[in-house]
Write a protein that binds this ligand. Structure first.
Ligand SMILES: Nc1ncnc2c1ncn2[C@@H]1O[C@H](COP(=O)(O)OP(=O)(O)OP(=O)(O)O)[C@@H](O)[C@H]1O
Ligand SMILES: [Mg+2]
Length: 403
């Protein structure tokens, strides 16, 4: 009956009569591993260790009855689903109903017939295995389903980020052209101003004081224009990093400094801040772009400060990983509801009142962090704040993913 590659099925037999125990034992034959017990109490004690595949029990037992044994087995972790056969001489409908109500799967009447006992055990075993198989298939399907849903969400997010990326690339391109005129113009203006001053200065003398003052102002303006255009150039460069995820990142960056800069930038936007608790595990710097890492952390820090409020606390931990560092930012806000959580990195998703948020913060953070080869994830239980974890690779060639 049994497949030689599989262990013999285990049958727990509970009967107070030694004759019946011996009879059932011999009827089952050598195909089964059988444990014989005398009482329901003993059955309850030994069943978890024996882990039976089928239980065969007399209905009338000296202590707890067969149906009570069945009821308790149904409440025992790991045994609740084990097929249970009650054996009785009572053929009346009431005792049969009691047994079935207690969760028994089948009945056998005395006198027992070997062929019937074996047939019932085999059929219950088969049924049980089919059920277990179905359950594990269902579990597999649920897991696959969850993975598919996550993959689908990631695709949607990637699609939206790609549009943000295209927008960023377009902007960077559009900014660069007029920028080159402004920069060249500011430079040539400085030169021209110098030339004007030279022409206005009589040999051996001084240019009129009024003109000198005007020229000095104009030179300052030209210098500011140059500085402003250099800043714009950096912004255009940053936009390109958001647009193309594999931008070069080769500075030596101290992650703690990037976090501090982000807090410094946020400070000016809020009248009062929550308490800040930063713990840094010391480690070597990472290869990245410091300015961008700060920009990537900024929206997360900003949200954390905003939701925690002046009475709250924002905890930052910097941990060394084998492949890089993890920066976790935990706030003391209300947390993120489960239905909001999958959407927070979507561009233009916001739950803030109109006019108070664009819903761009986290999508920009996501774009920048990914652009630098890192990853950003969030965990949150309502009422317990949110924890954002940013993982950055130690070297610019590596990519880190969260498990
Ligand atoms: N720390 C947090 N706690 C609770 N909810 C958060 C937190 N961070 C983000 N969220 C939720 O995610 C949404 C999106 O955040 P995101 O920073 O992208 O946009 P925003 O803050 O609404 O607007 P913006 O940052 O553009 O001003 C928020 O509206 C909020 O619902
Ligand atoms: Mg925000």
């Amino acid at each position: 009956m049994t497949d030689t590659s599989e262990p013999s099925p285990r049958v727990l037999v509970c009967d107070d009569s030694p004759t019946m125990r011996a009879l059932i034992r011999s009827m089952l034959g050598p195909d089964y591993e059988v444990l014989l017990v005398e009482t329901g109490e003993e059955a309850l004690e030994r069943a978890p260790g024996f882990a039976p595949d089928v239980i065969v029990s007399d209905l009338l037992l000296p202590g707890i009855s067969g149906s009570e044994l069945c009821r308790r087995i149904r409440k025992t972790a790991g045994l609740a689903e084990v097929p249970f056969i009650l054996v009785t001489t009572l053929a009346d409908a009431t005792s049969r109903a009691l047994g079935l109500e207690a969760g028994a799967d089948d009945y056998l009447y005395k006198p027992l017939r070997e062929r019937e006992l074996r047939a019932r055990v085999v059929s219950l075993l088969r049924l049980h295995r089919a059920l277990v198989g179905l359950e594990s298939r269902q579990h597999e399907l649920e897991t696959t389903n969850a993975a598919l849903r996550e993959a689908q969400a990631a695709l949607v997010r990637a699609g939206k980020l790609a549009s943000v990326g295209t927008l960023a690339a377009g902007l960077a391109h559009e900014i660069n052209n007029p920028l080159s005129y402004i920069k060249a113009g500011a430079r040539s203006l400085s030169v021209t101003l110098g030339e004007v001053e030279r022409l206005a200065t009589p040999p051996g003398g001084h240019a009129p004081a009024e003109l000198t003052a005007l020229l000095s102002d104009a030179r300052e303006v030209a210098a500011e224009m140059l500085e402003g255009s250099q800043r714009l150039e950096r912004i255009a460069g940053d936009l390109r990093v958001i647009a193309s995820p594999d931008a070069p990142n080769d500075e030596s960056v101290d992650p703690a400094e990037a976090v501090e800069s982000a807090f410094l930038l946020v400070r000016s936007r809020f009248p009062a801040l929550p308490r800040l608790d930063i713990q840094v595990e010391p480690g070597p710097p990472i290869q990245s772009v410091g300015r961008l890492l700060t920009q990537g952390l900024l929206p997360v820090v900003e949200n954390a400060v905003q939701v925690s409020g002046p009475g709250g606390v924002v905890q930052v931990r910097i941990r060394q990983l084998n492949v890089g560092v993890e920066i976790s930012i935990q706030d003391s806000g209300p947390g993120i509801p489960a239905d909001v959580l999958p959407r927070i990195f979507d561009p233009f998703f916001t739950t803030r009142p109109q006019g108070q948020g664009m819903g761009l913060g986290l999508s920009v953070a996501y774009g920048i962090v990914h652009g630098l080869g890192g990853d950003i994830q969030v965990e949150s239980r309502p009422g317990q704040g949110a924890c954002f974890r940013v993982r950055m690779p130690r070297r610019n060639t590596a990519r880190v993913g969260l498990p």
